[in-house]
Design a binder for this molecule. Sequence first.
Ligand code: PLP
Length: 461
Amino acid sequence: MTSPALYTSTRGRTRGVSFCEAALMGLATDGGLLLPEALPDVRGELSGWRELSYGALAEAVMRPFVGDGLSAATLSRLVSASYASFSHPEICPLQPVGPVHIMELFHGPTLAFKDVALQFLGQLFEEILGRSGAELNLLGATSGDTGSAAIAGVRGKAGIRIVVMHPHGRVSPIQERQMTTVLDDNVHNLAITGTFDDGQRVLKEIFNDLAFRERYHLGAVNSVNWVRVLAQMVYYFHAAFRMQERCGCERIQVCVPTGNFGDVFAGYLARRMGAPISRLVVATNENDILARFFATGVYARGEVRQTSSPSMDIQVASNFERYLYYRLGGDSEALVALLDGFARTGQLSLPGRDDDFAAGRASVGETAEAIRDTYRRHGYLLDPHTAVGVAVGQRFLRPDEPMVCLATAHPAKFPDAIREALGEDLARHPAIDGLRELPTRCTVIPATREAVQEFMRCHLA
Ligand SMILES: *Cc1c(COP(=O)(O)O)cnc(C)c1O
């Protein structure tokens, strides 16, 4: 199938975007998020896909979304290169753990699920830029996992440089080392003397400086890039097939710990395409705007709270706009009106329920209890994000539909939460232990647009 795959913005003004353009664009030029103009119905393909390896399945699932943007051979090469960096032969293996099945998405280079998408995005960027001879300078602001996974995705890649700002002294020592021990010439870590919000502000100011943005070919590494959603869809199919093999079940449920609605939105699209998933369970920590939405139909902003699962300490879920677009039947005008209302009042509501979803929240105490209980009863260590999912997922078990809980990070990334729950430092991983010995490179810099732009002028020339 080599029809052109075209993308359109949720806000309706940016249309007819090709796959490769969508990959480079990130946020749509009209401020919306890109979505494919049509979703394939793959129910007729499922029996042929069931036996495929992870890599071959990834090619099959992505193919219709790529269109004529990449040849079949090129897509195959990029997928193989992306998952060669994973340390487990099954890429995303499934483990039975008590009443649930854990799908481990953390066998990539930074031990978090973001590697599944960002390893592929890095390969894709290099391919697209290599063809045109263009260059791309990625600029990001991170509070932890996204920065390290983005750096791991593009380190050493031709035609790409990356600058990542993190708040000086305010990310965990492990997350800081995962970023600053990468010494490739094309990687620049900036520790800004300010908070994560200061980083976000500087990022926005620099992207709004259009002359600078064009002159330096700036691109963003954020969670709204379509390619990240696409790469994440693959493991929902993979989970269903492995469980059908194991249990002879027809359909599965998948429980997803989330903050930005990025991961679970990929599951939503997989389900709409025909993946044998009966229901998606949205699991949030105490930042429960999404759990409240699925319970009440009201999406209302609250204060961000710090929890033991920091990568989900988010109040406004950037990918939620994509879901709203589908709920509104693709009506961009209605969507823009709804978002305007939300910007003014901090609240929006939708009538009706969506039975594709169940949702719940886990407090910090319940999360620690899930870590403790799962370890004591089943000898399996959960990271705090995965533990939020397991705590919530257990409330929604059904007899003939096994519950797959997505494990989004290796527990060794979050030793404090493990120590808090179990009183001992039980989570170890050689990739984390090894970081301590490595040299680092990082520039401490004031949290201002001028200082960061000056750094970029000197280093990206
Ligand atoms: C980013 C992240 C999440 C949340 O991902 P969403 O895109 O918000 O769904 C969950 N767990 C870990 C470990 C993460 O790094």
